[in-house]
Write a protein that binds this ligand. Sequence first.
Ligand code: NAD
Length: 457
Amino acid sequence: MNTLLITNPANGERIAELHADDAASVAAKAARARAAQPAWAARALDERKACIDRFRQFVVRDLESLAATMTRETGKPIRMSRNELNGLLARLDFFVGMVEPVTAVETVYDEGGMLERIEHVPLGVVGNISAWNYPWFVGCNVIVPALLTGNAVLYKPSEFATMTGLEIARLLHEAGVPPEVFVCLVGAGPVGAALLEQKLDGVFFTGSYATGKRIAGAVGSRFLKLQLELGGKDPTYVCDDADPQAAAESLADGAMYNTGQSCCSVERIYVHEKIHDAFVEAFVRTVKAYKAGDPMAEDTYIGAITRGPQLDVLDAQVADAKAKGAKLLCGGHRLPGPGNWYAPTVFSHVDHRMELMREESFGPIIGIQKVGADDEAVTLMNDTRYGLTAGVYTRDGERAQRILARVNAGSLYWNCCDRVSPRLPWSGYGDSGVGLTLSTYGIQAFTRPRAWHLRAP
Ligand code: NAD
């Protein structure tokens, strides 16, 4: 029997041993989903909306235990687990509220007996391979609009958030989504790879660039809908007119929230030389006040590093930065275990020769670089292969928009960071991926627009 061991990254304890899928069970489940999808699509939209409304009620009902499960398997501080679940509710409301207007049949021409209409039909059976860092958010960004628009979903949660994935399945099934229409597959990369071998109409992936590239290689020639939401190296520029204290507090949170394990974590900071020293001092003071410890404790801010091997990436970036002349202001080392822990780490005097400023850290470490002018900041912000988000802190909104208009990123922030809205599309430039979720476009993404040409006799 295949099994998947679930370990608590905060203390190394084994939490569960789950029965895992294999190639045969994945194929059988995919066949059942294929058979069940047309009946699901044929249901009235109101019925599918009612399922998601009930799912929402069950998330509210079970919120404390769902938060605890997520915290135990990912090491996410409990307050942040609750925040994610509460934040999810607005996304569910958005999808339920918008699915009808954005997928209704549109008449785009009606003259002289000729009628032209656009119809949005479901893709069919979609595969969703997901990440662990915000499993409710990134899972439901795909699962919920896909189900609402009449698709069947084969969902492979991360092996580091599988208990949460199974909870999502439990609540969707309790809410009335047939078990063949929403299927949770259990296992690591090979189970994801087995999913890609099935007949699918869409593949929606959230995860690392390396895996995204592998997935594009596996399915690219099959002409199915492929979306990849990948990593980032998200920059922020703090202008000379910004309040250094307020900007530092906001950006420290943007860099360290969820222990730096967010796709849109602030990963690079550029500060105008006029306020650089004041900003750095306030930033380090803020970070030093963050409490690391038991993720179940209410006052914990820095939790565990979910994937053990990421500690090696953080160590390597720290060593490389030190070797190339960066100044370590705090942290720079692992914290004692058991479990996977890293001290919040801040460097100044960094530059783009350093891995810390080029490759995704995905942990509680950040480099702060001094710049002399807006143009220099724009050049540095664009010196990356990624392009998920970018931000500017300044009192001057026109200046912020002028700067941000020149930056290659899917989401642009003025005086804020590490923020996602259900109303806005979530997408990236370059190696941050292709396609999008959220917003009305992120509902239509699960449909195929069909063109009707209707001439009256
Ligand atoms: P990962 O690439 O290691 O794993 C993602 C998923 O892919 C997992 O479910 C894994 O089992 C599966 N997988 C691994 N190998 C596979 C294969 N050969 N075939 C099919 N599936 C396979 O990523 P992760 O560690 O779970 O997530 C962290 C990464 O995700 C970071 O880079 C982060 O920036 C990114 N991320 C991006 C977004 C976004 O919206 N752009 C959101 C969250 C996370």
